[in-house]
Design a protein around this ligand. Sequence first.
Ligand SMILES: [Zn+2]
Length: 247
Amino acid sequence: MWDNYILLLQNLGLLNRNRRTQIENQTRSIEQNTNRKKQNQTITKKNIIFNDISNIDKISKEQNLSLKEFENYIKDLQDPLTGDPIQLISNQYLYQCKKCSVFYLKESFDFIKIKNQGKCVSCNGTNIQPYFFDGKVVQVINFNPEFVTLENLSLYVNKSIKFKGTVIKILESRRGDYALMFEDKPWVEGFKLIVFYPLMKPGKGLEREFLRSLVGKTITVRGLLQYHEIFGYEILIFKRNMILNIE
Ligand SMILES: [Zn+2]
């Protein structure tokens, strides 16, 4: 089945042969992750979150996708930074990385433009363009962030990651940003989750009281890993649902 898909992409000129192995490897790892998650179910084509390619054999270069088919094609995709589902919603742009093919929702695109020098949080490429549905078959991948540890942070700088740790204390910057420290060290030395003060306005879900209530709790967070020249390693988030779990 993968061979058919890759061949299709090659025939459409969407994939050159050098990328074949790379895509196959990505595909395998995504497939493995998915299979692990769904180990209690029968493994079928439908379990692959890469995209719904169950009808791929029927799609040819001449045959355009209908909007309905495209929606089905992307139905299992998630925004690589927030994990929010990628959906075609009127008045909302989708963005796509031209290097690795992940799709972004606008709020993530806006955030990485400012906070990640416009780098894709999946591949660190900088060519992310608005996506307009034109009926053409597109290559898509789903990015599932890896759990990082204090030991391997340096491998994931500027990428979307997951981390589980206990909030030891909260430090506040002069302008009101919070650092939820995962280590009992000064701001610049310890690993931390950063929440910028404008996000703490009432109603945004990241109010000060909520953040303070996390001290002593073990949290699982999904966000953008950065290494700041002065402030060191940090995870940036901009939405409450990027805190995945609180124990
Ligand atoms: Zn990318």
